[in-house]
Design a protein around this ligand. Sequence first.
Ligand SMILES: Nc1ncnc2c1ncn2[C@@H]1O[C@H](COP(=O)(O)OP(=O)(O)OP(=O)(O)O)[C@@H](O)[C@H]1O
Ligand SMILES: [Mg+2]
Length: 306
Amino acid sequence: VILTVTLNAALDITYGLERVAWNSVNRVDAVDVRAGGKGVNVARVLHALDVDAVVTGLAGGATGAELRAELARAGLRDELVTIAGETRRTVVIAARNGSETTLFNEPGPQVSMEEWRAFEERFRNLVAGAEAVVLSGSLPPGVPLGAYASLGAAAGSPVVLDADGEALRLGLDARPAVVKPNADELGRATGLAVSNLEEIAAAADSVLEAGAQAAVVSLGAEGLLACTRDGHWRARPAQRVEGNATGAGDAATAALVLGLVRGQTWPERLLHAAALSAAAVASPVAGEFDRELYERLLEDVVVEAL
Ligand SMILES: Nc1ncnc2c1ncn2[C@@H]1O[C@H](COP(=O)(O)OP(=O)(O)OP(=O)(O)O)[C@@H](O)[C@H]1O
Ligand SMILES: [Mg+2]
């Protein structure tokens, strides 16, 4: 089983409407409510691929209860630790006209030191039975900035880390098997320029020096760049997919952790990551993907050694 950690889980509310008129009244014609946060999205993608995934992290209050009910409906295994604070919501405004998507992400509940210790305890128990661990997303207030470093150090199994800023930078101390930043996150974590592929590769190499065993940088519609000690590879989607790119990174992370536990070669891992994440763009909801497109793209994503 693959353990996914979502410390700042969220109830994702997606409002669908034709167009947004600011300073005016908008009639929402489609409402989707589901459990979210990056680790939850990764688990959802794994579950859809018939891979056993367990969701842990923190959840509390009425919103936390709603989130857990939705996880149960989706058939996902819930090992979230209950906290006193109220789980956050994220609101996604998806306008079909011009396919513009606007996100409002609440910061998340305050977590006490006792709650954090209780989580660490639960994590140690769960990780003992896991083939790999995914640590992803932001940290709620009160959780130490070095959380991913300490969880990674406590994990006996390989870690895939998808985080931003200090949480990512400090997390490198735990020597994660794979980190999956996008270019902006890579730039923030390293303080280096990331305006072209060469700079991105150099910044990714500095992440390897800082402890990561491999860095896979996602480049939006341009695909992915993997930097490892065995070489550098680039995957390009055969086509630009139109749709909602929110959660595409989580689909890429799901493919990367699966490739890790299945012992795939780097070109195979990138092929699956590029195809699965592009297929996720085609699906309006984070954590879901267009299965037919995934299978079709597996035939024509181009992976090259650099
Ligand atoms: N328009 C697109 N067409 C085809 N593939 C795409 C497109 N956008 C993204 N992808 C695929 O999805 C992967 C992840 O996307 P991106 O780099 O935007 O991740 P991200 O910024 O981490 O996103 P998030 O964290 O919001 O899920 C890319 O590496 C690429 O393979
Ligand atoms: Mg991301």
